[in-house]
Design a protein around this ligand. Structure first.
Ligand code: CP
Ligand code: NVA
Length: 307
């Protein structure tokens, strides 16, 4: 059974296959060539948090693949009233061909995959956001040509995006530098696992508190909101701590002159990034958003398609 729970679980070859298939499906979709690779299949999409991109891109992607997607808000299904993940996994496995889940705890996604008998795709947890990073890697490949040997700088919160970027970049042979305030550093276990992955590809990982050190020589600069879903109560405190980590024109100018700017969105202009950078000529944020569709179609075919 193939799941997408974390990019750490996927081999370099799996990621490359996903990027190649995503590029092919993108080209077919643009050329109007039908590709009903999941005809008659149904994906259930469990959401315990808000979403624009993930919800719409999975639903549209499934439609384009000839299948059907069901939106399952955790407010409306019995999971939100205390039915166990175990029972939810067993029941949904009797109806569906795959589940995408966006929730808080990574352990819940792992349990859903362990207890069910169908593929599970992680649509974001507090710890990881692998689908976003596959779309980001596709976007970087389009703009930079190749990934191996290039450098990405992530500046901001050591959150789910930082973690999945660590795994995704090093598995593709990209160097990555992550700059966060000390109190908001990446999870040590994730960094350890990413270091192990990096050894296999020769990529390097730099962990620093200095945003300038991180962006120097970078081909891509990435940031994310300082206040992730579920952290609303910490907003005032975080805005104070993170202000030196804003990606503004001054910081962006210290990356390579041709560097691109990425953000998973939703963005908060004037906080983690200035308007001049996010709306500037080197921002590729809407390509990233579009590539969610193509990358996730590839993931669904790889996990739910005929073997
Ligand atoms: N980037 C991302 O996952 O966006 P949504 O929260 O809108 O799905
Ligand atoms: N770090 C953000 C990403 C949103 C796509 C969050 O978890 O809210």
């Amino acid at each position: 059974m193939k799941h997408l729970l974390s990019l750490h679980d996927w081999t370099q070859e799996d990621i490359q296959e996903a990027l190649t298939l995503a590029a092919k499906l993108k080209q077919e979709q643009k050329a109007g060539i039908p590709h009903p690779l999941l005809q008659g299949k149904t994906l259930g999409m469990i959401f315990s948090k808000s979403s624009t991109r993930t919800r719409v891109s999975f639903e549209v992607g499934m439609y384009q693949l000839g299948g059907h997607a069901l939106f399952l808000s955790s407010n409306d299904i019995q999971l939100g009233r205390g039915e166990t993940i175990h029972d939810t996994a067993k029941v949904l496995s009797r109806y569906l061909d795959g589940i995408m889940i966006r929730t808080f705890r990574q352990e819940d996604v792992e349990e859903l995959a362990a207890q069910g008998t169908i593929p599970v795709i992680n649509g974001l947890t507090d710890l990881l956001h692998p689908c976003q990073v596959l779309a980001d890697l596709l976007t970087l490949q389009e703009h930079l040509g190749t990934l191996a040997g290039k450098k990405l700088a992530y500046v901001g919160d050591g959150n789910n995006m930082a973690h999945s970027l660590l795994f995704g970049c090093v598995k593709c042979g990209m160097d990555i530098a992550v700059a966060t305030p000390a109190a908001y550093a990446c999870d040590a276990d994730i960094v350890k696992k990413a270091m192990e992955d990096a050894q296999k590809t020769g990529a390097t990982i730099t962990i620093t508190e200095d945003p300038v050190e991180a962006v120097q020589g970078a081909h891509a600069v990435y940031t994310d909101t300082w206040v992730s879903m579920g952290q609303e109560a910490e907003k005032e405190e975080k805005i104070k701590v993170f202000s030196p980590y804003q990606v503004n024109e001054e910081l962006f100018s210290m990356a390579k002159p041709e560097a691109v700017f990425l953000h998973c969105l939703p963005a908060y202009r004037g906080l983690e990034v200035t308007e001049a950078v996010i709306d500037g000529p080197r921002s590729v944020i809407f390509d990233e958003a579009e590539n969610r569709l193509h990358a996730q179609k590839a993931v669904m075919v790889m996990t739910m398609g005929e073997k």
